[in-house]
Design a protein around this ligand. Structure first.
Ligand SMILES: *Cc1c(COP(=O)(O)O)cnc(C)c1O
Length: 401
């Protein structure tokens, strides 16, 4: 972290208190540009997977940049529309929801992505060819990352198995369904362009069975760096391999299809820091614990996915590095990081937990009756509070007195 970044974060912690989520909007816009530039030679649409971070200000920022939206619930769709997205720029990719929720999606004018044969049948029965839809294919390729974030494996609940293609065709012929898009999303943290291309080949093969496609959606899974020496998906390399193959396919298919992606993490992970204060330094027989005023209630990824989030001391950036285990204040084993080398920590210091833009606030909760932190957006040097800190009244708001 640079000195300027460091003092900016310190200033925000002082002004808004801790814990606090801080997002750098320019990092989001840069990431968006990176991906659109890489795929500029195709008709490309980016649908931001807003489950990663759904504050209205973030949604508006991406909407104004020209991005579309991927939503997994009707409520996310409503948030997207409220932020200014046109319904037909929103892809609705739910799983295991009721047909009633899918009908609500149709009523709103969303692009519907169907995840199972039962819904496909009901969709066809209800709408016939009048409402086009996309189908989510599970190609069963083992994408990268750990098992918690893989969605393409054989036991996965997501998508319609590629082995059921014959059944799919039977249903769409019987119900006269217009399939406008094919979709795959094999999970997070794909490092290897080869894996992506393998999946793409399977989708191309499927695609020849559908005559009226207008897009193919390759989902997401672009990896971002978490550790200082981590590598991320080489988006330019991936783009050049995929676009040339995609163009070839379009020629053979007979029309120029759109290529869609729905990144979450890639767009917003690196923009975010969770700033926390050190409540207590606790020397035990085995380690030195740094106890902070936050926990799994605010950022659950380290405990839920075993995710690495880099931690730095913004109060004492030039301090001598020492080994610490950083833990939360929740009555669970909520460890943010074991055996981390951090510039010498004192009680009262402010620590920054990195990569907190994606699946940070969005997955937070009120466990232990703890209040959720505020969110602050930095954009072009300007700092704005975009969500206030919760109060005890918020906890009581839905309870009947
Ligand atoms: C979660 C999700 C994404 C985004 O995944 P990231 O790893 O955050 O990029 C994209 N598409 C679908 C259908 C998802 O469920």
């Amino acid at each position: 972290m640079s000195n300027t970044e460091n003092s900016l974060l310190l200033g925000i912690a002082q002004k808004f208190g801790t814990p606090v989520y801080v997002y750098d909007g320019n990092v989001i816009l840069n990431q968006y540009e990176k991906i659109t530039n890489a795929f500029a030679s195709c008709k490309t649409k980016i649908k931001y997977a807003c489950k990663a971070l759904n504050n209205q200000h973030i949604l508006k920022l991406l909407q104004q940049a020209g991005c579309g939206l991927d939503v997994v619930s009707i409520e996310e769709a409503q948030l997207g529309i409220k932020a200014g997205f046109a319904p037909d720029e929103i892809l609705f990719t739910p799983n295991c929801v009721s047909f009633n929720e899918i009908k609500q999606g149709v009523d709103l004018g969303l692009v519907i992505n169907i995840d199972n044969l039962s819904m496909l049948q009901q969709f066809g029965h209800t709408y016939g060819a009048t409402v086009p839809c996309c189908i989510r294919i599970n190609p069963h390729i083992a994408a990268g990352g750990n098992i918690h974030i893989q969605t393409g494996h054989i036991d996965s609940k997501f998508g319609i198995s590629i082995h059921q293609l014959r059944h799919v065709i039977r249903i769409i012929e019987a119900e006269n369904i217009h399939i406008s898009g094919l979709h795959m999303h094999t999970g997070s943290d794909i490092l290897d362009a080869e894996v992506f291309l393998q999946g793409a080949e399977l989708l191309f093969e499927c695609a020849t069975a559908f005559k009226k496609l207008s897009f193919i959606d390759f989902g997401s899974g672009f990896k971002v760096p978490y550790k200082p020496d981590d590598v991320s998906t080489d988006i330019d390399q991936l783009a050049s391999a995929l676009t040339s193959r995609f163009k070839e396919f379009c020629k053979q298919y007979g029309s120029e299809l759109e290529i869609w992606f729905e990144p979450g993490k890639f767009l917003v992970s690196e923009c975010g820091n969770l700033l926390v204060s050190v409540n207590v330094l606790k020397q035990t027989t085995s380690t030195v614990f740094v106890g902070v005023n936050s926990g799994q209630n605010h950022l659950i990824r380290p405990m839920f996915y075993d995710a690495y989030h880099h931690i730095t001391n913004v109060s004492n950036p030039t301090g001598k590095p020492r080994l610490y285990s950083v833990v939360g204040y929740i009555c669970e084993t909520d460890t943010f990081g074991w055996d981390r080398k951090i510039a010498e920590v004192h009680e009262g210091d402010i620590l920054a937990i990195a990569n907190a833009g994606a699946y940070g606030y969005a997955m937070s909760n009120n466990y232990n009756a703890r209040l959720r932190p505020p969110e602050v957006l930095i954009l072009n040097g300007k700092t704005t509070l975009i969500r206030r800190r919760e109060t005890l009244d918020d906890l009581l708001a839905t309870q009947i007195s």
